[in-house]
Design a protein around this ligand. Structure first.
Ligand SMILES: CC(C)(COP(=O)([O-])OP(=O)([O-])OC[C@H]1O[C@@H](n2cnc3c(N)ncnc32)[C@H](O)[C@@H]1OP(=O)([O-])[O-])[C@@H](O)C(=O)NCCC(=O)NCCSC(=O)C[C@@](C)(O)CC(=O)[O-]
Ligand SMILES: NC(=O)C1=CN([C@@H]2O[C@H](COP(=O)(O)OP(=O)(O)OC[C@H]3O[C@@H](n4cnc5c(N)ncnc54)[C@H](OP(=O)(O)O)[C@@H]3O)[C@@H](O)[C@H]2O)C=CC1
Length: 436
């Protein structure tokens, strides 16, 4: 049984004083809270968290490793459970925004999350049949035989309670290359992302499908539109909690719902709105060694499922006046396979998250995506994105302008106070200071 009340767990989402610590002190604090051992702590503290020998085994033609900052967002509350969220990302204000929303949402009961069974689809493309609808029924008649062949390829997955569960057959009678009959294997991949698992099964059943139909199989590959593997998060936030110094809670709620409606009707806005959601999701996917291209592809394809690109979130006003936000998207992530097992920092990130199944990880990612969208809409619908974002971006600008560590805080304060966060202005300030 997991201990859901960590020693040192904050009564709210703040990690008191955390942001003013040095990185090594923050790591020591997270290690204490997440029970990281000395080896894990040393690994996260070293550049990139990835030894070159391991990197060399992961991809081809390795010449080095590429590093990203790893931050930790304050405690998210998911179904009553406290979760520290590691986020690997290059963009300023993302970790701050996630932490901020974790704090606001906690005051209203936290995130409610759920997820479907981890079902992935593999597609087997069949061509060269004159009677595609007849071929479809012939394949469906062999449903159990096809499932059995698929399952014969992964005994371990079967033992773990997963495996091929069903098939679907889709007919495209009229493509420019003639009729196509596409068989889907529906596979419960348990705690794997599942691409390799289902691809192996798709290749295994191809010969049988050719025998049944007399056609020719071409592609045998998973679909990244993982619409049967959904993770969901919901928040309900009161006007009181959302109010700012300048805007009442009701104004903030109406602003967020207007912003949502804009994204719901206009694909130009929806692309940016959904990018804001992925600002939360991708850093969790990257930190845990998962395939962010697969998650991105699935999310954007899902956003188009009604024939037009639209918002992935929904924002509504409940009967009691509270703001209700929901997000339901494909979340093909794993705890085994891919880099999740080989990248040592990814293993440490999973330990910080204390997730025990791919479904739990999927639920965390979707909650952080919803939080990130809420933070962006709250800022956009009120004072605008630039003040909060640029104040944090100012550190990047100061670095780009060549500030030394001792000059950093001073330079950031100067730029933020004058509402002018630009490299040339930063250089000018530095030159003036250095001239005395
Ligand atoms: C940036 C904030 C949070 C400032 O928010 P604020 O109210 O100006 O700052 P604050 O100092 O009063 O802090 C409020 C809380 O934010 C967190 N926080 C604040 N600073 C830090 C920090 N340094 N380190 C860690 N946590 C921080 C922390 O939780 C803090 O609470 P406290 O701990 O003080 O009780 C807010 O303005 C915000 O949420 N803005 C949105 C930022 C955002 O969305 N960034 C993404 C980049 S823009 C983009 O790519 C997407 C977009 C916008 O185009 C998507 C779209 O269009 O929909
Ligand atoms: N279009 C795409 O998105 C594509 C992505 N990929 C890549 O595929 C990789 C992910 O593939 P994936 O299949 O997850 O990786 P793996 O094949 O490495 O891992 C899955 C295997 O792990 C074993 N396993 C052990 N424990 C479990 C468990 N609890 N639950 C489930 N399986 C378990 C299973 O059996 P056994 O040990 O018997 O194999 C399973 O087949 C990623 O690197 C991704 O980038 C590849 C091709 C295309």
């Amino acid at each position: 049984m997991r201990n859901d009340t960590l020693p040192g767990a904050a009564p709210d989402s703040r990690l008191p004083g955390f942001r003013s610590l040095a990185p090594a002190e923050r790591l020591a604090e997270v290690s204490r809270l997440a029970h990281l051992d000395e080896a894990e702590q040393a690994l996260l503290g070293q550049p990139g968290g990835l030894p070159l020998t391991t990197a060399n085994g992961m991809i081809e033609n390795v010449v080095g490793t590429f590093q990203l900052p790893l931050g930790v967002a304050g405690y998210f509350q998911l179904n009553g459970r406290d979760v520290l969220v590691p986020m690997a990302v290059e963009e300023p204000s993302v970790v701050a925004a996630a932490s901020f929303m974790a704090k606001l949402v906690r005051a209203c009961g936290g995130f409610q999350t759920s997820s479907s069974t981890p079902l992935m689809r593999a597609q087997i493309q069949l061509i060269g049949v004159g009677d595609p609808h007849g071929a479809r029924l012939a394949i469906l008649k062999e449903r159990q035989a096809i499932i059995d062949i698929a399952n014969s390829r992964d005994q371990l997955l079967n033992q773990l309670g997963g495996g091929c569960r069903d098939i679907e057959v889709h007919v495209f009678p009229d493509t420019r290359r003639g009729a196509m009959v596409v068989t889907h294997l529906i596979v419960d991949v348990r705690d794997a992302m599942g691409a390799n698992t289902v691809n192996t099964m798709a290749e295994a059943v191809a010969g049988h499908i050719e025998q049944i139909t007399g056609g020719r199989v071409r592609l045998r590959i998973l679909s990244n539109l993982a619409d049967l593997r959904l993770a969901r998060a919901r928040v309900k936030v009161s006007a009181k909690v959302l109010a700012t110094d300048q805007y009442s809670g009701e104004e903030v709620i109406n602003g967020i719902v207007d912003a949502y409606e804009f994204a719901a009707v206009d694909p130009y806005r929806a692309a940016t709105h959904n990018k804001g959601i992925m600002n939360g999701i991708d850093p969790v996917i990257v930190a845990t060694g998962n395939d962010w291209r697969a998650v991105e592809a699935g999310a954007h394809a899902y956003a188009c499922r009604q024939g037009r690109y639209t918002s992935l979130t929904h924002w509504e006003i409940a009967a009691d006046g509270d703001l209700v936000g929901t997000l339901e998207i494909p979340m093909p992530v794993g705890l085994v396979g891919g880099a999740t097992k080989t990248h040592p920092a990814a293993r440490a990130a999973l330990k910080i998250l204390r997730v025990q199944s791919a479904q739990e990880l999927a639920e965390v990612a979707v909650a952080v995506g919803l939080a990130q969208n809420m933070a962006a809409l709250r800022a956009l619908a009120t004072e605008g994105i630039q003040r909060g974002h640029m104040a944090l971006h100012a550190r990047n600008i100061a670095l780009a302008a060549g500030a030394e560590p001792a000059e950093m805080d001073w330079l950031v304060q100067q730029m933020v106070a004058s509402h002018d966060v630009r490299v040339d202005y930063a250089r000018q300030l530095l030159a003036q200071r250095r001239q005395g």
